[in-house]
Design a protein around this ligand. Structure first.
Ligand code: DAH
Length: 344
C-alpha cells in the first residue's frame, strides 16, 4: 500500500544506491523504473488511493520518480568520470601541442637600446610613479595654472580636486622634477616610462604610450652640449651618417626650446613617403632647463644650468622599423611581434 513511510523509505534507499559498473546501474533502473519496477508498481496502486489523498500522493510519487531518474543519471555520470586503469589514458603517438613563444616587444627593444646608448654617455636610469600629482607633472615644470594640458580633455585625473590634484602622468618629465628634488648635483639621468593622455585611439595616437626623458645639470652646461648629446644619440640609434637639425620650439619647462629632426634613414634625405618628401623625421623635443624649473626644485640657476630632452619610444621604434600604425604595439598579434624576433 502507498504510505508516507513507504515513500520515505524508497527515497532513502535511492540515495544510498551505489554501482561499480554500467550493468549494475541498468539493473537498478529496471528495479525502480522498469515495467515491473517498484515505482511503476506504486503508480498502479495509486488507482486505489482515496480521492481526497490523490493530489498529495500524486505529487509525492512524481517526485520519487524524478528523484530515481536523477540518481541513475548521476551514477552514470560518476561512473564515466572514473578512469578505467586498463585503458591507455592518452595516445602518446599524437603530435604535441605547439607552445606559441613570444619574443621581446619592439617597445622593450627600443627602450633598452635608448638606455644603453645613454649609459655609454654616463647617464643613469631614474624611475618615478605613474600616478603623480599636479606639482611634479605641471606646476614644478613651469606650466601656468590655466595651461590647457591640465584640461580634463587631455589628462586623466585620479582625484581632480584640491590644491594638488592626483593624476596619471602625461609625460616622464615629472621624473626629472623628482630627480632634481632628491639627487645631489651634478645630475645625468634618463627616465623611461609609461605615460597617459586622454586621446582617441588611432593609427597615430594612443592613450597609453612610452617616453624617455633625459636631464643633465651641472655648472656651465650649454646648448652646444645639448646639441652634441643629441647628435651622438641620433647616430648611435639611426646610423653613423645620420644628420640632425634643430627647429625653435616652445615648452614651458625649457628656454630656449627646440624640436629635433633626423635625416630620413629610408631615403637618406632625398625625400620619400616616410618623411613626406622632406628628408627629415621629427624625433624629440629638448631645451635648456628653464631657471624657474631649477628654482622650483631648489637648484640655484645662477650657479647651475642644464638641458633636458624627451622622446616617444613608439615614435622612435616606428621610424626605425617603419611601423605604420601605433595600435600594432598594443595588440600582441604574434605575426607583428615575430617581425622583431631576429632584432636582438
Ligand atoms: N615632455 C614633453 C612631451 O611630453 C617632451 C619634452 C620636450 C621633454 C622637451 C623635455 C623637453 O625634457 O626639454 O611632449
Amino acid at each position: 500500500m502507498i504510505s508516507q513511510e513507504k515513500i520515505d523509505q524508497l527515497m532513502d534507499s535511492l540515495r544510498e544506491m551505489k554501482a561499480a559498473k554500467e550493468q549494475e546501474i541498468e539493473e537498478m533502473r529496471v528495479k525502480w523504473l522498469g515495467k515491473k519496477g517498484e515505482i511503476t508498481r506504486l503508480f498502479e496502486e495509486f488507482r486505489t488511493v482515496s480521492p481526497e489523498l490523490k493530489k498529495e500522493y500524486g505529487q509525492k510519487l512524481n517526485a520519487l520518480k524524478v528523484a530515481a531518474q536523477a540518481r541513475i543519471d548521476e551514477m552514470r555520470e560518476e561512473l564515466s568520470q572514473i578512469v578505467d586503469a586498463t585503458k591507455p589514458r592518452m595516445d602518446l603517438t599524437m603530435p604535441g601541442d605547439i607552445m606559441e613563444l613570444g619574443s621581446r616587444h619592439p617597445i622593450s627593444i627600443t627602450r633598452e637600446e635608448i638606455i644603453s646608448i645613454f649609459r655609454k654617455f654616463g647617464y643613469s636610469v631614474a624611475e618615478g610613479p605613474e600616478i603623480e600629482d599636479d606639482w611634479h607633472v605641471f606646476s614644478a615644470l613651469n606650466f601656468p595654472p590655466e595651461h590647457p594640458a591640465r584640461d580634463m580633455q587631455d589628462t586623466f585625473f585620479v582625484s581632480p580636486g584640491g590644491e594638488n590634484p592626483i593624476l596619471l602622468r602625461t609625460h616622464t618629465s615629472s621624473v626629472q622634477v623628482r630627480t632634481m628634488e632628491h639627487s645631489e648635483l651634478p645630475i645625468r639621468v634618463i627616465c623611461p616610462g609609461r605615460v597617459f593622455r586622454n586621446e582617441a585611439i588611432s593609427a597615430r595616437a594612443h592613450c597609453i604610450f612610452h617616453q624617455v626623458e633625459g636631464l643633465y645639470i651641472d655648472k656651465n652646461v650649454s646648448f652646444a652640449d645639448l646639441k652634441q648629446a643629441i647628435l651622438l644619440f641620433a647616430r648611435e640609434m639611426f646610423g653613423p651618417d645620420t644628420q640632425i637639425r634643430m627647429r625653435p620650439s616652445y615648452f614651458p619647462f625649457t628656454e630656449p626650446s627646440a624640436e629635433v629632426d633626423v635625416s630620413c634613414n629610408i631615403c637618406h634625405g632625398k625625400g620619400c613617403n616616410i618623411c613626406k618628401g622632406t628628408g627629415w623625421l621629427e624625433i624629440l623635443g629638448c631645451g635648456m632647463v628653464d631657471p624657474n624649473v631649477l628654482r622650483a626644485s631648489g637648484i640655484d640657476p645662477e650657479v647651475y644650468s642644464g638641458f633636458a630632452f624627451g622622446m616617444g619610444i613608439e615614435r622612435i621604434a616606428m621610424l626605425k622599423w617603419q611601423v605604420k600604425d601605433l595600435r600594432h604595439y598594443f595588440e600582441n598579434d604574434l605575426r607583428f611581434l615575430r617581425e622583431f624576433e631576429t632584432v636582438v
